[in-house]
Design a binder for this molecule. Structure first.
Ligand code: NDP
Ligand code: HSE
Length: 436
């Protein structure tokens, strides 16, 4: 059979890794795909730049359209990134009848609904395994492996850069910006690293996971996002004293009233496997009604782990080349006309437990005032510790863990606690999940 011809847009971390893996494992890949797969063309912005891959026998260009409009190319790999000009490139490739493989989560989270509709109309595949959790085949696991289940919730560490930063800060006491610079040098970070640090990248990934888990359209604008920049060393230490780790999680949960989509720092019991996922590694727990909890673990970023997912998609596309488009696995797991319009809940309706840290005067009755406010809002306290004051400081730290409550009750309680004359400054609140 004729070899399948692939054109690669972008020869950076992921593009370079993909060229290396496709070349190095060409023989095994052909045995799996049933056909030889060859990269004939590739594009990058600066053709004089040193690459991590060997581009011998690949025709290079600075203009991605040379590849997208080349009738010889069967599959276009979009490995440039961003949701701007790249969207038009992908739509043009689809219009030209080419299958597309992408690692671009912002593109899928923001424009996936339109892209998949156009791809289905053209009878082509847009595959995006590498867009979520790097090398972990989580899209395939949920879309195919768990397709007999009602997914109840999923929770994951889905940003490698953020987890790398948190781990290095906790274990080695390193400075936030120093570790971020290392993550950038290692190729883990997004072109704009605030996407990693402020939870936007995790929000894009959660959008995709929720869509394939619950059969809803992609809706990034409804995801609540908080990043890791507000996590302090003191909270990490107090959490550990209470038997918890702070991890940056993406959480999607189906409730009776709608779907929670949230990304934020979260206390999780240290005995949970996911609490011990460190460095650039990612992990996702998916709870299905039939299978129960399942856990997926692996490298969340980096050249070859991500290439592993890209190449797996290429092989899937090659295997599907001769199949009837109507009978392929749907892009978003559920048939396009069966996507459900389930409400995504606003943050006030989230139900979760909390870690609270506040500073209050060290005198009788102060703690009682705080606990009374919580009780008035039906918030039960799970644990409480009161720390010694330092030197001449009159305010002492009080740390509390609460049971699950409605976020709007917690917001109101915090406002009342902060208004107490005996409480100084803001109440620091971090959500807590037992992930039972
Ligand atoms: P890089 O910045 O390393 O690579 C981007 C590549 O695109 C570069 O080769 C660059 O060229 C090329 N490029 C940029 N603009 C253009 C243009 N206008 N025309 C042609 N080529 C262009 O990014 P990554 O490899 O890290 O990321 C690529 C995608 O993969 C992103 O969507 C990212 O979110 C995603 N991703 C990244 C992961 C990672 O670990 N890095 C993991 C999972 C997904 P040049 O090299 O000449 O500058
Ligand atoms: N910047 C992303 C991360 C790349 O660190 O997780 C993988 O999607």
């Amino acid at each position: 059979m004729k070899p399948v011809k692939v054109g690669v847009l972008g020869l950076g971390t992921v593009g370079g890794g993909t060229v290396n893996v496709l070349k190095r494992n060409a023989e095994e890949i052909a045995r799996r795909a049933g056909r030889e797969i060859i990269i004939t063309r590739a594009s990058a912005k600066d053709l004089n730049k040193q690459r991590i891959c060997d581009t011998k026998h690949i025709s290079l260009t600075t203009n991605p359209l040379d590849i997208i409009n080349d009738p010889e190319i069967d599959i276009v790999l979009e490995l440039i990134g961003g949701a701007g000009p790249v969207k038009d490139m992908v739509l043009q490739a689809i219009a030209n009848g080419k299958h597309v493989v992408t690692a671009n989560k912002s593109l899928i989270a923001l424009h996936g609904n339109e892209i998949f509709a156009k791809a289905s109309k053209q009878g082509v595949i847009v595959a995006f395994e590498a867009a979520v959790a790097g090398g972990i085949p989580i899209i395939k696991a949920i879309r195919e492996g768990l397709s007999g289940n009602q997914i109840q919730w999923l929770a994951g560490i889905i940003n490698g850069t953020g987890n790398f930063i948190l781990t290095e800060m906790r274990d080695k006491g390193r400075d936030f910006y120093d570790v971020l610079a290392e993550a950038q040098a290692l190729g883990y970070a997004e072109a704009d690293p605030t996407f990693d640090v402020e939870g936007i990248d995790a929000g894009h990934k959660l959008t995709i996971l929720a869509s394939i888990a619950f059969g809803i359209p992609l809706q990034f604008d409804k995801v609540y996002t908080e990043g890791i920049s507000q996590i302090t060393r003191i909270d990490v230490e107090y959490a550990e004293q209470l038997g918890y780790r702070i991890k940056h999680l993406g959480i999607a949960r189906k409730t009776d009233t709608g779907i929670e989509l949230r990304v934020h720092p979260t206390l999780i019991p240290e005995r949970r496997l996911i609490a011990n996922v460190d460095g650039v590694m990612n992990a996702i727990v998916v709870k299905g009604d039939a299978v129960g909890p399942t856990l997926y673990y692996g490298a969340g970023a980096g050249a070859e782990p991500t290439a592993s997912a890209v190449v797996a998609d290429v092989i899937d596309v090659v295997r599907a080349l001769t199949s009837d488009p109507e009978n392929r696995v749907p892009h978003l797991a559920f048939q396009a006309d069966a996507l459900a319009d389930i409400a995504v809940l606003p943050p006030e309706k989230f139900k979760t437990a909390y870690y609270l840290r506040l500073h209050a005067e060290d005198k009788p009755g102060v703690l009682a005032d705080v606990t009374k406010i919580l009780a008035n809002h039906q918030i039960s306290i799970e644990a409480i510790i009161q720390k010694e004051s330092f030197g001449d400081e009159t305010a002492i730290p009080i740390i509390m863990l609460t049971q699950t409550t409605l976020e709007q009750e917690m917001n109101a309680a915090i406002a009342e606690i902060e208004a107490l004359k005996t409480v100084t400054g803001k109440v620091n609140r971090i959500r807590l999940e037992t992930l039972r």
